[in-house]
Design a protein around this ligand. Structure first.
Ligand code: 5GP
Ligand code: ZN
Length: 110
């Protein structure tokens, strides 16, 4: 996707504080952290949100969850973090490229 912010980060056309990367996933610190630890785990493939996942993405979906766990450990928050994904504008999604927030060091409800 030409104009997608996260696709630009994947292509290194925009800077980011990258903490993890493999063939299909990248993770970087959120530019506007809502908690002491706030990292975004992002598939390199452009999918607008969880609603765009299909059966073809079952491997990617599993690997994203495993990457969340790994990035939490790399960030020093294993065993004490929240993971969330906003799906759609009505849920507060601002960047229309699937991503999982890892948040830690602060209490959130729910
Ligand atoms: P959403 O509301 O879509 O679930 O979350 C998007 C997140 O992306 C926000 O927390 C926002 O701070 C973060 N973000 C937006 N633009 C950039 C950027 O250019 N770089 C980084 N590192 N994070 C960004
Ligand atoms: Zn994208």
């Amino acid at each position: 996707m030409e104009d997608c912010i996260f696709c630009k980060i994947v292509r290194r056309e925009l800077p980011a504080d990258v903490v993890f990367e493999n063939e299909e996933i990248i993770a970087f610190k959120d530019i506007n952290p809502m908690a002491p630890t706030h990292v975004l785990v992002v598939p390199k493939k452009h999918l607008a949100s969880l609603d765009d996942l299909t059966g073809d993405d079952v491997g990617l979906a599993g690997n994203l969850l495993l990457a969340v766990k790994e990035v939490a450990a790399l960030s020093g928050v294993a065993g004490g973090y929240k993971m969330l994904s906003n799906c759609g504008e009505a849920a507060g999604q601002v960047v229309p490229h699937l991503h999982f927030h890892i948040l830690a060091g602060k209490k959130f409800v729910p």
